[in-house]
Design a protein around this ligand. Structure first.
Ligand SMILES: [Zn+2]
Length: 394
């Protein structure tokens, strides 16, 4: 439907691609107050809709979410904020329920939002009609409904053909405002690349090395990231000894939050660079379809979520797809660490701390993670050739 106004590109071999540009926003006092109100209204409407959904369900056994417009009479303050932001809450709640019904284990039932725990954020879609749009960017600002022109600093500009479709405004814990501008563009589908073994890499998630590849390459998180993390834990300890509520304490909390934000940026940067490098260099990437919740329960002492392997896998997925390449997920229950990649012998369970082991059948000495990466690659490649066979048969 969006492709109507792209006459040059035939719909058949095109896909819509999404790109986000994160900009720092500098709202004035009035705009800050409006944003604050919008955050509050979004939480309010979410909670109202969720409560009514529960009530309807108990009474009628049917799932129904009332639209935000219904609440405006009872809560006139909702009229002060962008209606689009409220509509987005409705969409998000509907999506949360769809996810929950499809996969209750992974998504869980939608929760009520509390000011203390939830992020201050709202989204609004761009309404385009003819030459006018509700949201657009200028040289140094973002124009939004109700707020008007909000000063902004752009790290880069959208490319030609990118259409602004949505903005998400967020106030971070450190008090900074950010805008996430979502752009869509229609591009030619990349030519699918059929992987060959020499151009395929297998990656094993590793707690100490981030990952180990089947060729023995490891990607250690950069030293500066670890240094920042050490600094963070020192601050944590100092905070524990301070008197909560005192001025020093408040100052320290702010410093802590700033460093935390800084580390999150450093980490994202590392993940982007590393995933780009791999997606450029290889035609297919095999990883285990691990549930990262399982890993973190198995291994104590390290923080899987902090290392961001899940996010990394996600990035790899879409970056490869854009290049016509594949991310091959290998069954998570396959005992990749215990199988000898040389002769295929399956040995007994290895202790989590084991680094090396010798295959009792063929005598090969294995580095545990590297051997697992080889198995992951072999399995992933095997799967992809099976898929190819079936697609030819049909
Ligand atoms: Zn062996």
């Amino acid at each position: 439907m969006k492709k109507k106004d792209e006459p040059n590109l035939s719909a058949k071999n095109c896909v819509t691609q999404y790109n986000t540009i994160k900009v720092r926003l500098y709202p004035n006092q009035e705009q800050k107050e409006l944003f604050q109100k919008t955050f509050g209204c979004c939480r309010y409407i979410w909670n109202q809709m969720l409560a009514d959904h529960e009530r309807f369900y108990l009474e009628t056994d049917a799932h129904f979410i009332p639209t935000p417009a219904k609440y405006k009479k009872g809560a006139p303050f909702l009229k002060e904020v962008d209606h689009q932001a409220l509509t987005q809450e409705y969409n998000k709640l509907s999506q949360a329920f769809r996810n929950f019904f499809r996969n209750p284990k992974a998504f869980g039932y939608p929760n009520f939002k509390r000011k203390k725990e939830d992020r201050d954020t709202f989204s609004a879609c761009n309404q385009i009609s003819g030459n006018s749009a509700t949201i657009y960017i200028t040289k140094d600002a973002v124009r939004m409904t109700k707020a008007g022109l909000v000063k902004a600093k752009f790290p880069c500009r959208p490319r030609s053909g990118w259409k602004l479709t949505r903005i998400t405004v967020e106030r971070s814990k450190t008090g900074k405002y950010f805008g996430y501008l979502l752009f869509s563009c229609v591009v030619h589908k990349p030519k699918p690349i059929q992987p060959i073994k020499e151009r395929t890499i297998g990656l094993k998630y590793s707690l100490s090395h981030f990952y180990v590849a089947d060729n023995g390459f490891t990607a250690d998180p950069p030293l500066w990231l670890r240094r920042s993390q050490e600094k963070l834990s020192q601050m944590q300890q100092r905070l524990c000894r301070m008197k909560p509520g005192s001025n020093n304490y408040q100052e320290m909390v702010q410093k802590y939050r700033l460093l935390h934000e800084h580390i999150a940026n450093q980490r994202r940067d590392f993940l982007h660079k590393e995933s780009c490098r791999i997606a450029n260099e290889w035609d297919a990437v095999c990883v285990r379809d691990d549930s990262l919740t399982d890993i973190s329960q198995e291994l104590t002492g390290g923080d899987v979520f902090n290392s961001g392997f899940g996010r990394f896998r996600e990035m790899l997925g879409y970056k490869l797809e854009r290049r016509g390449k594949q991310l091959l997920l290998v069954d998570r229950y396959l005992p990749t660490t215990r199988i000898c990649s040389v002769c295929g012998h399956e040995t007994q369970k290895l202790a989590p701390k084991t680094k090396r082991w010798i295959c009792p059948v063929c005598g090969t000495e294995h580095e545990k993670d590297k051997n697992a990466a080889v198995n992951i690659k072999n399995q992933g490649f095997h799967q992809s050739s099976l898929n190819l066979g079936s697609s030819f048969a049909s």
